[in-house]
Design a protein. Structure first.
Length: 186
């Protein structure tokens, strides 16, 4: 039969493995064992509130697939629309014939600086005609939607009767989404 554990005194002694061990006035746990049975009343006073807090945190989880409380990636929203792949091709198809750096029909583009040959041309309008993060406040959206006339005339873009196609609803939605996502160089 095992001998009962001795009650410790308040002195420090060297452990046989050269690790200092503090002895208490209560039975001590075997080396390497941490058990609530060996915690004194003062330690228990803090243990239960911590356990309750931990259990409360585990209750604040979401179900798999519930992204309503998902904060991962909040600091950098991932764009769903690409300037190079979605926005520029649509704008160039409708506006690029006149609003480029080489066309003989680009007098209006030269006069107001509205070139749409490269992504850089469109990005140059951020802060003036494009309000990053707010498509509704961006003048270029009203122009593309033919809700606002521009130029010396002023005239709608593209000018009626020229045969140049207006932006499709899908292309206009892509422009709005790109602007609302921060008008990124992507």
């Amino acid at each position: 039969m095992n001998a009962p554990r001795p009650h410790a005194t308040h002195e420090r002694v060297d452990h046989p493995r050269n690790a200092a061990v503090q002895k208490h006035d209560a039975p001590t746990a075997p080396q390497g064992v941490s058990s609530p049975a060996y915690l004194d009343g003062e330690s228990m006073k803090y243990l239960f509130p911590l356990l309750g807090f931990g259990l409360g945190l585990t209750a604040c989880t979401t179900e798999p697939g519930d992204e309503s409380l998902d904060t991962a990636g909040d600091t950098a929203m991932e764009a769903t629309v690409s300037l190079a792949n979605d926005v520029m091709p649509a704008i160039q198809a409708s506006c690029g014939g006149c609003h480029n750096h080489t066309s003989s029909a680009n007098a209006a583009a030269v006069a107001n600086g509205a070139f749409f040959s490269t992504p850089e041309d469109l990005l140059a309008l951020v802060g003036t005609e494009i309000v990053a993060g707010d498509a509704d406040a961006s003048q270029i959206v009203a122009v593309f939607a033919q809700e606002q006339a521009v130029g010396a005339g002023p005239t709608l873009m593209p000018p009626p009767g020229t045969g140049v196609p207006v932006l499709s609803a899908a292309a206009l939605d892509a422009v709005k989404t790109w602007i609302n996502e921060g008008a990124q160089d992507n």
